[in-house]
Design a protein. Sequence first.
Length: 371
Amino acid sequence: MEKIGDFSKRCEATVKTLRYYDKLGLLVPDYIDKFTGYRYYAPDKAEEMRRINELKNIGFSLDEIKRLCAAGDDEKEQLIWEKRRSLENVAAETTRKLQELAELEQTFNRKVTKERKEKTMSNNLNMPFVNDERVIGRWEIVASAKNKEDFVPAQQNCKNQTPYEEIYFLPDGEEYWGFSWTKDYLKISFGDGVLVPYELSEIDGQTFMFINHANYGYGESVWVLTQTDKKRYTKHEIGRYDDINIPFANDETVLGKWTSVDFVNEIPDFNPEKRSYKQEPHLKAAEFLPNGVCEWTFAQGTYKHSWTKSAVLLRYGDGGTIAPAYEIRCLNGTDYLFLEWKSGDYIFGKRKPGYYVLTPVTIKLKPPRHS
């Protein structure tokens, strides 16, 4: 026979449970030492314990199990039949409630979707600015979830699955890289533009911002952010810019017009036999003209920049500057121009730029002769 501690481990039940079953007369030990009070169980008691657990899982109460174990065959049959009827009634009632809940949920979702669309359409991105001093500063996106209730700060699997790492709320709702704001809303002007609500909540003594953008196509429905500081940043302060005060140095190898054929994250990723970028390239072509003029062609038009050996030099109206590098490599007998793509992802997202891959389409131009 086994002591109660060893028996409890074998049956995966607590000692407290076994003592309670003994008190109910449901599972009585085979022997109790009158001097020590230790309970001892014979090996066949494990089978009784297994049967009790099976009946509990089916839905029998402890009192019903005690009756069932002591009953004769006819009474057992009656008790089992009554339990079946009881469970069938519960199942039918549960099914009815689930159907009503599904109808309520559908009605609610239609109402919320309609209200959200109406609010977005009526306010749009032109909603006037209303200040909210609490949110000014830098916010780090720490997690994303299907809804606010799913977020638990201590859980390691609550990770940031968004395309971004941080969002700045600049004073007066100033826009940068497609982001601006007004009280209770974040404005995202990428694509068609959306107006999404934000909410501040205290969890375990820490303030979190929840940005709910359900149905707007930005990954998970809720972004979770924490505020790292309350500094009143300017647009230029949060940008990353390059020095473009570089004197012109000629590079005859790059002169001429190049057309885009691919886009890669790293230069070694490019395979002339298998292009990785399936979409229509944003940058259509680049033409390097003598004396440091470079023209970039997009679907919406052509823009002029400066260039010098190994880099294109770009200046923005707000004073920002970037210097995308270029490199020419000959692969399988064909020259390829790898041009860094530095855009908002580089300036404000702090990301490592990828590369447009271009091939020559015109004869290289020779620089003019100087008299």
